[in-house]
Design a protein around this ligand. Structure first.
Ligand SMILES: Cc1cc2nc3c(=O)[nH]c(=O)nc-3n(C[C@H](O)[C@H](O)[C@H](O)COP(=O)(O)O)c2cc1C
Length: 138
């Protein structure tokens, strides 16, 4: 499967998670392209069969959590995503609130089917993400 990972990272954690996710995809036979939201070209990302969108969690730690503006602005620049699969992921310290649902909803509004929601408390993808990758058809 052709996978694109786009992420927003303030201090590097989400970038490291994105790179570790890419390694998991390639280890399982998929091709994977990784780019920060500030550099990613929407037309290129929209060509992937599976689009993974990642943000760090921004908020007041226990409430008011949301994805970053840069993450949501990138989704607005993506065109029609009908027929595309998507994954949303975020890194966080305490609680993610509506971070992942907001990202999933924005992608779904463009027609993507969101197949996974993953949150990582640090740069390492969790076991549920690794199980998801193992279950993907090549
Ligand atoms: C301004 C600011 C607000 C944050 N708000 C939250 C929050 O509401 N909930 C939470 O769990 N983590 C919060 N965090 C922690 C980050 O989401 C977490 O450290 C994340 O992994 C940082 O990713 P990055 O290194 O890619 O920027 C906040 C961090 C910052 C700098």
């Amino acid at each position: 499967m052709n996978v694109a990972i786009v992420f927003d990272s303030h201090s590097g954690t989400t970038a490291r998670a994105a790179r570790a996710m890419a390694q998991a995809f390639t280890n399982n036979g998929h091709s994977c392209f990784v780019a920060p939201v500030h550099d990613a070209i929407p037309e290129e990302i929209a060509q992937a069969q599976l689009i993974c969108l990642g943000s760090w969690t921004q908020g007041l730690l226990l409430f008011g959590q949301h994805p970053t503006q840069a993450t949501m602005s990138f989704v607005e620049r993506l065109g029609d995503l009908a027929g595309k699969q998507a994954v949303v992921f975020c890194t966080y310290k305490i609680a993610t609130g509506s971070t992942l649902p907001q990202m999933a909803s924005a992608l779904e509004q463009r027609g993507a089917q969101v197949k996974g929601h993953f949150k990582f408390r640090g740069p390492q993808p969790t076991g549920d993400f690794r199980a998801f990758v193992k279950g993907l058809p090549a």
